[in-house]
Write a protein that binds this ligand. Sequence first.
Ligand SMILES: *Cc1c(COP(=O)(O)O)cnc(C)c1O
Length: 391
Amino acid sequence: MRNKELLLIPGPTPVRDDIYDALSQETMGHTDPRFARIYKNSIEMTKELFNHPAEAYVISGSGTLAMEMAIVNTVSKGKRLLVISHGFFGDRFVPLAKAFGIEVDVIQAEWGKQISKKAVIEQLKQHEYKAVTVTHVDTSTGVVANIQELIPVVKRAGALFILDGVCATTALEEDMSKEYGQEGAKIDVVLTGSQKAIGAPPGLAIIAFSEEAVAAREALENVPAYYADIHNWRKVMDDPTAYFATPPVNLIYAYECAMKIVLEEGMEARVERHENYGAAIRRALIAYGMKPLAKEEAAAPTLSCILYPEGVEDHVFRAKLADRGIIVAGALAHLSGKAFRIGHMGNTTPQMLEQAICQIGEVLEEMGHSVTIGAALKAFREVLGSKATIS
Ligand SMILES: *Cc1c(COP(=O)(O)O)cnc(C)c1O
């Protein structure tokens, strides 16, 4: 591993050497047929990942650009959007949509808890919504949304179902051909970024549209965007020898490599591996007297938000860990100082997580807390067993 530090924040996540190797290949011309083949293959693999949606786009930008593309291409000014928010990233859709003159209502979960189906059903009766956004895993709270329950409810109300997969894609099932509970109840848009569970460096906005979502774009004549308008990118996605705006050639090499890793492992294995990681790391940290913010049923497979035991100073804890080469993230908003967030997704291995558990134990001891590292490791291994390893 070329990495000198363990990047266990909720993204970017550890990049493998083969992905770095791909990234550092010679930069080709962006319309060179050799590069076009790599770009096309990346787009095809993206479609395969989401189980063959109508369209997929991979362009330069971050996850937030993909959020913006989802909204501007489906909901027009004056129409209504319902935001189902499990924290900071759910909330981001509110100012984003308002910037385009969209009417926004929001159902906010108490941080760490899941929004109930009932609350969504009630809200959907109040107005006619063009679309509903759901954050698959909210990176601020480590809460996973119950999309199995929410999709049929949203589709029954006639709204588009937009899923923010930035901290979930390739670790949780996001199958755009699957029908949830009733005929035609499918995910309409999945948007994501390259740097979280996909495990490539940051810099790509990735988004897929269902037939119904594409029809929503076609029903709008103009959208209040240029770079984010999918009309401008469609011909490039079909044939990458066409030009609209220069794609990030080297990042596409890296993304192609990361997606090959994903598809080789297979979604079923990946979903199981991440579920095991989440459960195992939380069990280990609980053994240190720490407390996950979310109840286990609502806790994400990709990252955890962990409340400190009494008397652990956040910045001291994270600085000491960083000195040992383990990078974790602080918590956001009102949880700042009270909790930290640890990512366990993408190319992260059980060995990396064990290393983190040991170092966290040693730092807690240094800070005067009596902990048993062996007990935490045992808890971790009990959940993980011999399963869920990555090549
Ligand atoms: C990280 C994240 C975003 C924002 O992505 P950027 O790449 O930072 O723009 C949006 N939604 C979720 C759920 C995220 O985890």
